[in-house]
Design a protein around this ligand. Sequence first.
Ligand code: CA2
Length: 151
Amino acid sequence: MVADTPQNKHILVVHGPNLNMLGQREPDHYGKRTLDDINGSLGEKAAKLGLQVSTFQSNHEGEIVEAIQRAVGRVQGLIINPAAYTHTSVAIRDAVLLLDVPTIEVHLSNIHKREPFRQQSFIADIATGQVSGLGASGYLFALEALAQRIA
Ligand code: CA2
């Protein structure tokens, strides 16, 4: 029998549009860390938790949908910051539904303290949980939460 250890567990992390520009502009909202930096921290944390992590960023809605589709049956958890698509994309919502794994929605800024249009999320009501406003640490908290949930 194969033991169901965390080493068998794979987490996909998806970053939406413009997050490739992190660290270059708008530090008051999104902090000073680059996306490579955040992905590096996720890799280190995953190794400590005994998880595998893959990261993906795209500025294109369809590419994000396809990345989530490719993960079907291959990952046991999803961390997603859909960025602006949070507030607009039924397509990404539907892809997350079909992936059907524990999902944490992450936002660097607190979307609930910002403009009304940012307070609407197409992911929140289908996610396991949401981390919003804790900066880059939010991704690490999300990874810990998934590790506990899928252990
Ligand atoms: O707070 C978040 O993480 C957001 O998902 C970020 C999105 C925004 O549309 C959401 O409402 C909240 C925007 C990401 C833009 O990223 C930038 C990075 C560097 C410079 C400028 C924008």
